[in-house]
Design a protein around this ligand. Structure first.
Ligand SMILES: [Fe+2]
Length: 399
Protein backbone atom coordinates (compact mmCIF):
# COMPACT_ATOMS: atom_id res chain seq x y z
CA UNK A 1 0.00 0.00 0.00
CA UNK A 2 1.42 3.42 -0.87
CA UNK A 3 1.70 6.30 1.58
CA UNK A 4 -1.31 8.09 0.17
CA UNK A 5 -3.50 5.03 0.70
CA UNK A 6 -2.23 4.61 4.27
CA UNK A 7 -3.11 8.21 5.06
CA UNK A 8 -6.65 7.79 3.81
CA UNK A 9 -9.20 6.96 6.48
CA UNK A 10 -12.11 4.77 5.48
CA UNK A 11 -15.48 6.44 5.27
CA UNK A 12 -17.69 5.99 8.31
CA UNK A 13 -20.68 3.73 7.77
CA UNK A 14 -23.00 6.72 8.02
CA UNK A 15 -21.03 8.79 5.51
CA UNK A 16 -20.92 5.86 3.08
CA UNK A 17 -24.68 5.38 3.36
CA UNK A 18 -25.29 9.09 2.80
CA UNK A 19 -23.03 9.11 -0.26
CA UNK A 20 -24.70 6.02 -1.69
CA UNK A 21 -28.07 7.66 -1.14
CA UNK A 22 -26.91 10.80 -2.92
CA UNK A 23 -25.54 8.77 -5.77
CA UNK A 24 -28.82 6.89 -6.16
CA UNK A 25 -30.60 10.23 -6.28
CA UNK A 26 -28.12 11.67 -8.80
CA UNK A 27 -27.97 8.62 -11.08
CA UNK A 28 -30.77 9.82 -13.45
CA UNK A 29 -28.63 12.88 -14.13
CA UNK A 30 -25.76 10.61 -15.24
CA UNK A 31 -23.41 11.94 -12.63
CA UNK A 32 -21.59 10.22 -9.83
CA UNK A 33 -20.31 11.82 -6.63
CA UNK A 34 -16.74 10.91 -6.01
CA UNK A 35 -15.69 9.76 -2.56
CA UNK A 36 -12.36 9.23 -0.87
CA UNK A 37 -12.79 5.49 -1.36
CA UNK A 38 -11.25 5.89 -4.77
CA UNK A 39 -7.51 5.87 -4.98
CA UNK A 40 -5.60 6.70 -8.15
CA UNK A 41 -5.89 3.90 -10.66
CA UNK A 42 -2.50 2.39 -10.04
CA UNK A 43 0.13 2.56 -7.37
CA UNK A 44 3.29 4.45 -8.35
CA UNK A 45 5.24 1.94 -10.36
CA UNK A 46 8.44 3.97 -10.24
CA UNK A 47 8.91 3.33 -6.49
CA UNK A 48 8.27 -0.37 -6.64
CA UNK A 49 11.39 -2.50 -6.97
CA UNK A 50 9.94 -5.98 -6.53
CA UNK A 51 9.78 -8.34 -9.48
CA UNK A 52 6.09 -8.95 -8.85
CA UNK A 53 3.47 -7.25 -10.96
CA UNK A 54 2.96 -3.53 -10.44
CA UNK A 55 -0.02 -1.52 -11.55
CA UNK A 56 -2.64 -3.11 -9.33
CA UNK A 57 -5.98 -1.42 -9.79
CA UNK A 58 -7.58 0.46 -6.95
CA UNK A 59 -10.84 -0.47 -5.34
CA UNK A 60 -13.92 1.74 -5.50
CA UNK A 61 -16.02 3.12 -8.34
CA UNK A 62 -13.14 4.76 -10.22
CA UNK A 63 -11.22 1.50 -10.35
CA UNK A 64 -14.25 -0.71 -10.89
CA UNK A 65 -14.50 -0.37 -14.65
CA UNK A 66 -10.78 -0.51 -15.27
CA UNK A 67 -8.89 -3.48 -16.57
CA UNK A 68 -5.24 -4.23 -16.88
CA UNK A 69 -3.44 -6.44 -19.34
CA UNK A 70 -1.57 -9.34 -17.77
CA UNK A 71 1.52 -11.13 -19.06
CA UNK A 72 0.49 -14.10 -21.14
CA UNK A 73 1.89 -16.64 -23.58
CA UNK A 74 0.01 -18.29 -26.43
CA UNK A 75 1.62 -21.66 -27.20
CA UNK A 76 1.74 -22.27 -30.94
CA UNK A 77 1.14 -25.98 -30.54
CA UNK A 78 -2.07 -25.20 -28.66
CA UNK A 79 -3.48 -22.41 -30.84
CA UNK A 80 -2.34 -23.43 -34.33
CA UNK A 81 -4.75 -26.41 -34.68
CA UNK A 82 -7.56 -23.86 -34.69
CA UNK A 83 -6.26 -22.44 -37.97
CA UNK A 84 -6.84 -25.82 -39.54
CA UNK A 85 -10.26 -26.09 -37.93
CA UNK A 86 -11.49 -22.72 -39.17
CA UNK A 87 -9.95 -23.39 -42.59
CA UNK A 88 -11.97 -26.58 -42.85
CA UNK A 89 -15.18 -24.83 -41.86
CA UNK A 90 -14.50 -22.05 -44.36
CA UNK A 91 -13.73 -24.44 -47.20
CA UNK A 92 -16.79 -26.56 -46.53
CA UNK A 93 -19.00 -23.49 -46.24
CA UNK A 94 -17.53 -22.08 -49.44
CA UNK A 95 -16.94 -18.73 -47.76
CA UNK A 96 -13.98 -16.72 -48.99
CA UNK A 97 -11.96 -14.90 -46.36
CA UNK A 98 -13.03 -11.29 -46.10
CA UNK A 99 -11.22 -9.12 -43.62
CA UNK A 100 -12.91 -8.37 -40.30
CA UNK A 101 -15.99 -10.41 -41.09
CA UNK A 102 -15.32 -13.98 -42.03
CA UNK A 103 -11.64 -14.09 -42.79
CA UNK A 104 -9.88 -17.15 -41.54
CA UNK A 105 -8.18 -15.96 -38.43
CA UNK A 106 -8.44 -15.91 -34.71
CA UNK A 107 -7.72 -12.94 -32.51
CA UNK A 108 -5.63 -13.09 -29.37
CA UNK A 109 -7.37 -11.90 -26.22
CA UNK A 110 -5.44 -10.86 -23.15
CA UNK A 111 -6.92 -12.71 -20.14
CA UNK A 112 -6.78 -9.48 -18.11
CA UNK A 113 -8.92 -7.50 -20.52
CA UNK A 114 -12.25 -9.20 -20.06
CA UNK A 115 -12.58 -10.68 -23.53
CA UNK A 116 -11.67 -7.54 -25.45
CA UNK A 117 -10.03 -8.21 -28.82
CA UNK A 118 -6.65 -6.88 -27.79
CA UNK A 119 -3.40 -8.08 -26.29
CA UNK A 120 -2.49 -4.79 -24.62
CA UNK A 121 -4.05 -1.38 -24.11
CA UNK A 122 -3.48 -0.35 -27.72
CA UNK A 123 -2.47 -3.46 -29.69
CA UNK A 124 -4.58 -6.04 -31.48
CA UNK A 125 -3.07 -9.29 -32.73
CA UNK A 126 -4.58 -11.97 -34.89
CA UNK A 127 -3.24 -15.13 -36.49
CA UNK A 128 -4.44 -15.66 -40.06
CA UNK A 129 -4.31 -18.56 -42.47
CA UNK A 130 -4.78 -18.26 -46.23
CA UNK A 131 -5.32 -21.47 -48.12
CA UNK A 132 -4.52 -21.83 -51.81
CA UNK A 133 -7.03 -19.76 -53.73
CA UNK A 134 -8.01 -17.55 -50.80
CA UNK A 135 -8.25 -13.82 -51.40
CA UNK A 136 -9.13 -10.93 -49.10
CA UNK A 137 -10.41 -8.15 -51.32
CA UNK A 138 -8.74 -4.76 -51.62
CA UNK A 139 -9.55 -2.26 -48.92
CA UNK A 140 -8.07 0.65 -47.01
CA UNK A 141 -8.50 1.77 -43.41
CA UNK A 142 -7.37 4.20 -40.79
CA UNK A 143 -5.68 1.75 -38.37
CA UNK A 144 -2.07 0.82 -39.13
CA UNK A 145 -1.53 -2.88 -39.72
CA UNK A 146 1.30 -5.32 -40.28
CA UNK A 147 1.95 -8.95 -41.11
CA UNK A 148 4.71 -10.99 -39.52
CA UNK A 149 5.09 -14.03 -41.73
CA UNK A 150 5.34 -17.43 -40.06
CA UNK A 151 5.10 -19.74 -43.09
CA UNK A 152 8.25 -20.53 -45.03
CA UNK A 153 6.77 -19.30 -48.31
CA UNK A 154 3.53 -18.60 -50.11
CA UNK A 155 0.90 -15.94 -49.96
CA UNK A 156 1.19 -12.30 -50.79
CA UNK A 157 -0.01 -8.85 -49.83
CA UNK A 158 -0.47 -6.17 -52.47
CA UNK A 159 0.09 -2.71 -51.05
CA UNK A 160 -0.40 0.37 -53.21
CA UNK A 161 0.43 -1.60 -56.34
CA UNK A 162 3.45 -3.40 -54.86
CA UNK A 163 3.16 -7.15 -54.66
CA UNK A 164 4.90 -8.37 -51.51
CA UNK A 165 5.58 -12.10 -51.73
CA UNK A 166 5.59 -13.47 -48.21
CA UNK A 167 8.43 -15.49 -46.71
CA UNK A 168 9.12 -16.46 -43.10
CA UNK A 169 10.40 -13.60 -41.00
CA UNK A 170 9.15 -10.92 -43.39
CA UNK A 171 7.47 -7.87 -41.95
CA UNK A 172 4.89 -6.52 -44.40
CA UNK A 173 3.30 -3.19 -43.58
CA UNK A 174 -0.09 -1.92 -44.64
CA UNK A 175 0.09 1.61 -43.18
CA UNK A 176 -3.01 3.68 -42.59
CA UNK A 177 -4.43 4.95 -45.84
CA UNK A 178 -2.86 2.33 -48.14
CA UNK A 179 -4.90 0.06 -50.39
CA UNK A 180 -4.10 -3.55 -49.67
CA UNK A 181 -5.33 -7.02 -50.49
CA UNK A 182 -4.08 -10.42 -49.41
CA UNK A 183 -4.17 -13.83 -50.96
CA UNK A 184 -2.56 -17.14 -51.63
CA UNK A 185 -2.06 -18.29 -55.21
CA UNK A 186 0.42 -20.97 -54.17
CA UNK A 187 -0.08 -24.61 -53.31
CA UNK A 188 0.21 -24.66 -49.51
CA UNK A 189 -1.41 -22.66 -46.69
CA UNK A 190 0.29 -19.50 -45.47
CA UNK A 191 0.13 -18.24 -41.89
CA UNK A 192 0.98 -14.90 -40.44
CA UNK A 193 0.40 -12.65 -37.43
CA UNK A 194 -1.55 -9.46 -37.98
CA UNK A 195 -0.69 -6.63 -35.60
CA UNK A 196 -2.75 -3.46 -35.54
CA UNK A 197 -3.25 -0.31 -33.48
CA UNK A 198 -6.99 -0.92 -33.81
CA UNK A 199 -7.92 -0.62 -30.08
CA UNK A 200 -6.33 2.81 -29.92
CA UNK A 201 -8.15 4.02 -33.03
CA UNK A 202 -11.36 2.59 -31.67
CA UNK A 203 -10.84 4.46 -28.39
CA UNK A 204 -10.23 7.67 -30.34
CA UNK A 205 -13.27 6.94 -32.53
CA UNK A 206 -11.33 7.37 -35.76
CA UNK A 207 -11.91 3.95 -37.31
CA UNK A 208 -12.93 4.05 -40.93
CA UNK A 209 -12.69 1.53 -43.71
CA UNK A 210 -13.16 1.72 -47.48
CA UNK A 211 -13.80 -1.45 -49.48
CA UNK A 212 -14.56 0.16 -52.83
CA UNK A 213 -11.19 -0.10 -54.50
CA UNK A 214 -11.15 2.09 -57.62
CA UNK A 215 -9.46 -0.34 -60.02
CA UNK A 216 -8.81 0.58 -63.64
CA UNK A 217 -12.03 -1.14 -64.71
CA UNK A 218 -14.10 0.11 -61.79
CA UNK A 219 -14.38 -1.53 -58.41
CA UNK A 220 -11.93 -4.43 -58.23
CA UNK A 221 -11.37 -7.21 -55.73
CA UNK A 222 -7.60 -7.14 -56.05
CA UNK A 223 -5.02 -4.67 -57.21
CA UNK A 224 -2.87 -5.32 -60.23
CA UNK A 225 0.82 -4.83 -59.54
CA UNK A 226 1.96 -1.60 -61.11
CA UNK A 227 5.28 -1.56 -59.31
CA UNK A 228 8.21 -3.84 -60.10
CA UNK A 229 8.79 -6.90 -57.90
CA UNK A 230 10.82 -6.02 -54.83
CA UNK A 231 10.06 -2.32 -55.16
CA UNK A 232 10.56 -1.66 -51.42
CA UNK A 233 13.94 -3.37 -51.45
CA UNK A 234 15.05 -1.60 -54.63
CA UNK A 235 14.15 1.77 -53.18
CA UNK A 236 15.13 1.40 -49.54
CA UNK A 237 16.82 -1.98 -49.11
CA UNK A 238 20.34 -0.66 -48.63
CA UNK A 239 20.70 0.90 -45.22
CA UNK A 240 22.05 4.43 -45.18
CA UNK A 241 20.99 5.25 -48.74
CA UNK A 242 17.79 7.18 -49.30
CA UNK A 243 16.59 7.76 -52.86
CA UNK A 244 16.85 11.47 -53.63
CA UNK A 245 14.93 11.49 -56.91
CA UNK A 246 11.53 10.52 -55.56
CA UNK A 247 9.12 11.54 -52.85
CA UNK A 248 8.31 9.19 -49.97
CA UNK A 249 4.54 9.42 -49.80
CA UNK A 250 2.71 6.22 -50.75
CA UNK A 251 -1.02 6.08 -50.22
CA UNK A 252 -2.75 8.75 -48.21
CA UNK A 253 -1.36 7.72 -44.81
CA UNK A 254 0.44 10.18 -42.57
CA UNK A 255 3.72 9.65 -40.74
CA UNK A 256 4.16 6.09 -41.95
CA UNK A 257 6.94 4.17 -43.62
CA UNK A 258 7.04 4.15 -47.43
CA UNK A 259 8.89 0.82 -47.25
CA UNK A 260 6.24 -1.88 -47.13
CA UNK A 261 8.28 -5.05 -46.95
CA UNK A 262 11.22 -5.89 -44.71
CA UNK A 263 12.75 -9.19 -45.68
CA UNK A 264 13.22 -11.83 -43.00
CA UNK A 265 16.43 -13.03 -44.66
CA UNK A 266 17.90 -9.51 -44.49
CA UNK A 267 16.89 -9.13 -40.85
CA UNK A 268 18.41 -12.47 -39.90
CA UNK A 269 21.62 -11.63 -41.77
CA UNK A 270 21.87 -8.29 -39.95
CA UNK A 271 21.42 -9.96 -36.56
CA UNK A 272 24.04 -12.57 -37.45
CA UNK A 273 26.53 -9.92 -38.57
CA UNK A 274 26.19 -8.13 -35.24
CA UNK A 275 26.28 -11.25 -33.09
CA UNK A 276 29.79 -10.66 -31.72
CA UNK A 277 28.99 -7.13 -30.55
CA UNK A 278 28.46 -6.55 -26.84
CA UNK A 279 24.81 -5.79 -27.39
CA UNK A 280 22.38 -4.28 -24.92
CA UNK A 281 22.33 -5.59 -21.32
CA UNK A 282 18.53 -5.66 -21.41
CA UNK A 283 17.80 -6.68 -24.99
CA UNK A 284 20.81 -8.57 -26.39
CA UNK A 285 21.42 -7.80 -30.07
CA UNK A 286 18.43 -5.73 -31.06
CA UNK A 287 17.33 -4.04 -34.27
CA UNK A 288 14.48 -1.68 -34.99
CA UNK A 289 12.53 -1.66 -38.24
CA UNK A 290 12.47 1.99 -39.24
CA UNK A 291 10.92 4.35 -41.72
CA UNK A 292 13.87 4.72 -44.14
CA UNK A 293 12.78 8.22 -45.12
CA UNK A 294 13.34 9.65 -41.64
CA UNK A 295 14.84 6.94 -39.41
CA UNK A 296 11.78 7.00 -37.13
CA UNK A 297 9.39 4.20 -36.25
CA UNK A 298 7.44 2.65 -39.13
CA UNK A 299 4.13 3.83 -37.64
CA UNK A 300 3.52 6.73 -35.23
CA UNK A 301 1.73 4.31 -32.92
CA UNK A 302 3.58 1.03 -33.23
CA UNK A 303 7.23 0.04 -33.30
CA UNK A 304 8.64 -3.23 -34.62
CA UNK A 305 11.93 -4.87 -33.81
CA UNK A 306 13.98 -8.04 -34.03
CA UNK A 307 16.37 -9.22 -31.36
CA UNK A 308 18.78 -12.06 -30.86
CA UNK A 309 19.16 -13.61 -27.44
CA UNK A 310 22.40 -15.48 -27.89
CA UNK A 311 23.12 -18.99 -26.66
CA UNK A 312 23.77 -18.76 -22.92
CA UNK A 313 22.71 -15.11 -22.70
CA UNK A 314 20.70 -13.77 -19.77
CA UNK A 315 19.57 -10.17 -19.96
CA UNK A 316 19.11 -7.83 -17.00
CA UNK A 317 15.71 -6.80 -15.64
CA UNK A 318 14.00 -3.93 -17.46
CA UNK A 319 10.58 -2.37 -17.42
CA UNK A 320 8.92 0.27 -19.54
CA UNK A 321 5.70 2.20 -19.67
CA UNK A 322 5.15 0.67 -23.11
CA UNK A 323 3.83 -2.84 -23.73
CA UNK A 324 5.59 -5.34 -25.95
CA UNK A 325 4.29 -8.34 -27.88
CA UNK A 326 6.86 -10.98 -28.82
CA UNK A 327 6.89 -13.80 -31.33
CA UNK A 328 9.65 -16.36 -31.41
CA UNK A 329 11.03 -16.81 -34.93
CA UNK A 330 13.92 -19.06 -34.04
CA UNK A 331 15.24 -21.12 -31.14
CA UNK A 332 13.83 -21.31 -27.66
CA UNK A 333 14.23 -19.60 -24.32
CA UNK A 334 12.46 -18.06 -21.37
CA UNK A 335 11.21 -14.63 -20.46
CA UNK A 336 10.44 -13.67 -16.89
CA UNK A 337 7.64 -11.10 -16.74
CA UNK A 338 6.30 -9.68 -13.48
CA UNK A 339 7.71 -12.59 -11.49
CA UNK A 340 6.33 -15.30 -13.81
CA UNK A 341 8.43 -17.40 -16.16
CA UNK A 342 7.27 -18.07 -19.71
CA UNK A 343 9.01 -20.76 -21.78
CA UNK A 344 8.85 -20.09 -25.49
CA UNK A 345 9.76 -21.84 -28.70
CA UNK A 346 9.17 -21.21 -32.40
CA UNK A 347 5.99 -19.32 -33.26
CA UNK A 348 4.94 -18.86 -29.62
CA UNK A 349 3.53 -15.40 -28.98
CA UNK A 350 3.68 -13.62 -25.63
CA UNK A 351 3.01 -10.20 -24.20
CA UNK A 352 4.84 -8.16 -21.57
CA UNK A 353 2.37 -5.45 -20.52
CA UNK A 354 3.60 -2.09 -19.28
CA UNK A 355 5.20 -1.60 -15.85
CA UNK A 356 6.32 -5.20 -15.43
CA UNK A 357 9.91 -6.20 -14.90
CA UNK A 358 11.12 -8.59 -17.56
CA UNK A 359 14.26 -10.34 -18.68
CA UNK A 360 15.18 -12.91 -21.29
CA UNK A 361 17.12 -16.11 -20.71
CA UNK A 362 18.54 -18.45 -23.32
CA UNK A 363 20.07 -21.45 -21.60
CA UNK A 364 20.29 -23.43 -24.84
CA UNK A 365 23.18 -23.98 -27.21
CA UNK A 366 21.47 -22.17 -30.11
CA UNK A 367 20.78 -18.48 -30.61
CA UNK A 368 17.15 -17.40 -30.35
CA UNK A 369 15.41 -14.70 -32.41
CA UNK A 370 12.39 -12.76 -31.19
CA UNK A 371 10.36 -10.21 -33.13
CA UNK A 372 8.71 -7.44 -31.14
CA UNK A 373 5.71 -5.17 -31.54
CA UNK A 374 5.38 -2.26 -29.12
CA UNK A 375 3.44 0.94 -28.50
CA UNK A 376 6.66 2.71 -27.46
CA UNK A 377 6.53 5.24 -30.37
CA UNK A 378 3.09 6.37 -29.27
CA UNK A 379 4.12 6.79 -25.63
CA UNK A 380 7.24 8.70 -26.63
CA UNK A 381 5.12 11.12 -28.65
CA UNK A 382 2.78 11.86 -25.78
CA UNK A 383 5.59 12.22 -23.26
CA UNK A 384 4.76 9.05 -21.32
CA UNK A 385 7.66 6.79 -22.16
CA UNK A 386 9.87 5.80 -19.23
CA UNK A 387 12.19 2.85 -18.81
CA UNK A 388 14.11 1.48 -15.88
CA UNK A 389 16.71 -1.21 -15.45
CA UNK A 390 17.63 -3.16 -12.36
CA UNK A 391 20.93 -4.70 -11.39
CA UNK A 392 21.82 -6.05 -7.94
CA UNK A 393 18.54 -4.69 -6.60
CA UNK A 394 19.37 -1.16 -7.71
CA UNK A 395 16.98 0.63 -10.04
CA UNK A 396 18.36 2.97 -12.68
CA UNK A 397 16.55 5.24 -15.10
CA UNK A 398 17.42 4.23 -18.66
CA UNK A 399 14.88 6.03 -20.76
FE1 LIG B 1 -6.69 -4.42 -43.75
Amino acid sequence: MDDASKARKPLSVDARAIMEGLNAEAAPLSIWLRTQANAPAQRPWFHDTGAEGAGVMSAGRVGAGQMKAVPHLWKWREISPYLEKISRIASEADVPPVEFADRQQFLLTNPGLGGRLQVSASIRCAVSVYNPGDLAKAHLHSPNASRTILSQNGGYTNVEGERCEAARGDLILTPNGTWHDHGNDGTSPVMWIDTLDWPLMEFLDVIWLDEEFPGKAGNARAQSADKSAGFSQALYGRGGLKPAFTGHQRGIGKNVSPMFQYRGADTRAALGALRSQTGDPFEGISLEFVNPANGGPVFPTLGFGAQMIRAGEETALKRETSSTVYVCLEGRGQTEIGGKTFDWEENDIFVAPNFLWRRHVNKGAKDAVLYTMTDKPLLEKIGQYRAQGMAAGKVTQIG
